[in-house]
Ligand binder design. Structure first.
Ligand code: ADE
Length: 418
């Protein structure tokens, strides 16, 4: 077993924090009990490229109890929790390659270390692992039977690969499960993004003009939580339906060129490139706070901002202050990387419980069914998705109604009307 982490001595702290997360991940723990008996992943090597957090630590325990041999690297250079990496290496004997703050070269070197194990299954968050594999000769990865993908950005990249007919093995889009994006993207990103901004700045959200770029499930969550903290929320969008939805949800909707002039705090959650550009930074208020919570650090045009600036310095951890030639200051949080994982701890365990239950069950599904699957991007099977919702409700002590035979019949008929 090999590893490359910050400091193995952090293992004790990491183990306690993983235990704390595990206490709030009852669905994963139920899966773990079954995996221990059935060993559905026995003999399989899994290369996982995920944010190395306490919640990921719990997922690693579950996969290992299912018989998998795991090789873990980070899916973002800034999201690793070094104590978690240490605990996984020291206590779970997992090969971990990730260090918070690693540069791009080390990030890819770590990915190569995970891939050197010749995995059977890939578990990705953002599709960097799959993209790396697909830029190498196919013969280097002939062991791979299938994969899973955690996030919207990754699913978009994989669909592009599949549409070009180049995807080499089947992949399950965990992100698209209802028990993933309705909760993780909305409530997880909503809370953890505000948490990241507040931990980085200690700024008062109440009374601020809070600009949310993008009104997908993540944007909806961020806008909802900013409103809850007393902000005046402005939404920017490129999609007319979402723009309309944000308007009817009670938010001001306007183009970024107008929002740039009035915003106090900005968050991008679009999944697209250069959403806030030099022409926008130029018109911002003095002291504006600008962050990104989308997967990649491409949503803010930071090279463009650097060109406008005469000085830059770190004024707090995770806050880089750019002084523009017009004299105004713009503060960029967490190098424009996803602020919820850079400055805070990512989504709470309660939502990651469902996201990672989808990961564990999709890996099991892939192990059992890969021979039947085409080389394309699949949905998480509906019965898995529904079952996770059922188990989550059960773990919360919440019961719901069941249809009476009469109601069932009514829903299956067309005769009865007015
Ligand atoms: N993505 C967002 N939050 C996360 C978390 N807590 N763990 C792993 N991946 C995440």
């Amino acid at each position: 077993m090999k590893y490359d982490i910050k400091n193995i001595k952090l293992a004790k702290k990491g183990a306690l924090r993983i235990e704390w997360a595990s206490n709030n991940m009852p669905v994963l723990r139920m899966i773990e009990e079954r995996f221990k008996k059935e060993l559905p992943l026995k003999g399989l090597r899994v290369a996982a490229c995920l944010h190395v957090t306490t919640e990921t630590g719990v997922l690693m325990e579950v996969l290992k109890s299912g018989g998998a041999e795991i090789y873990l690297c980070a899916s973002n250079p800034l999201s690793t929790q070094d104590d978690v990496a240490a605990s996984l290496a020291a206590n779970l004997k997992i090969s971990v390659f990730s260090i918070k703050g690693e540069n791009t070269k080390t990030y890819y070197k770590h990915m190569q270390s995970a891939l050197a194990a010749k995995p059977h299954i890939t578990m990705d968050d953002g599709a960097d692992l799959v993209s790396t594999i697909h830029q190498r000769p196919e013969s280097m990865h002939s062991n791979i039977i299938g994969g899973t993908e955690e996030t919207t950005t990754g699913v978009i990249r994989l669909r592009a690969l599949a549409e070009q007919g180049k995807l080499r093995y089947p992949i399950i889009a965990v992100n698209d499960a209802l028990t993933k994006h309705l909760f993780d993207n909305r409530y997880g990103t909503g809370q953890s993004t505000l948490d990241g901004i507040i931990r980085a700045t200690n700024d008062l959200v109440a009374g601020s003009n809070f600009v949310v770029c993008g009104y997908g499930w993540c944007g909806k969550g961020v806008a909802m939580r900013a409103k809850g903290l007393g902000a005046r929320v402005i939404v920017t969008e490129i999609d007319p339906l979402r723009g309309l939805e944000a308007t009817l949800d009670g938010f001001d909707v306007m183009p970024i060129k107008d929002a740039a002039k009035v915003g106090d705090i900005f968050v991008t959650v679009t999944g697209d490139i250069n959403v806030i550009r030099a022409e926008h930074f130029k018109t911002m208020k003095d002291g504006a706070i600008v962050s990104n919570s989308g997967h990649f650090n491409v949503e803010l045009d930071l090279p463009g901002l650097a060109k406008l600036s005469k000085k830059r310095r770190y004024i707090r951890e995770f806050v880089e202050e750019f002084t523009l030639r017009n004299g105004r200051k713009v503060n960029i949080l967490g190098e424009g990387r996803l602020i919820n994982l850079a400055a805070a701890e990512g989504h709470p365990a309660q939502v990651m419980d469902m996201s990672f239950a989808n990961q564990a069950l999709s890996a099991e599904y892939m192990a059992k069914n890969y021979r039947k699957l085409k080389k394309t991007v699949f949905k998480v099977p509906d019965d898995i998705d529904k079952n996770i919702a059922k188990l989550k409700l059960k773990s919360m002590g919440i019961s719901i109604d069941i249809l009476t035979p009469e109601q069932k019949k009514y829903l299956a008929s067309w005769e009865m009307g007015t």
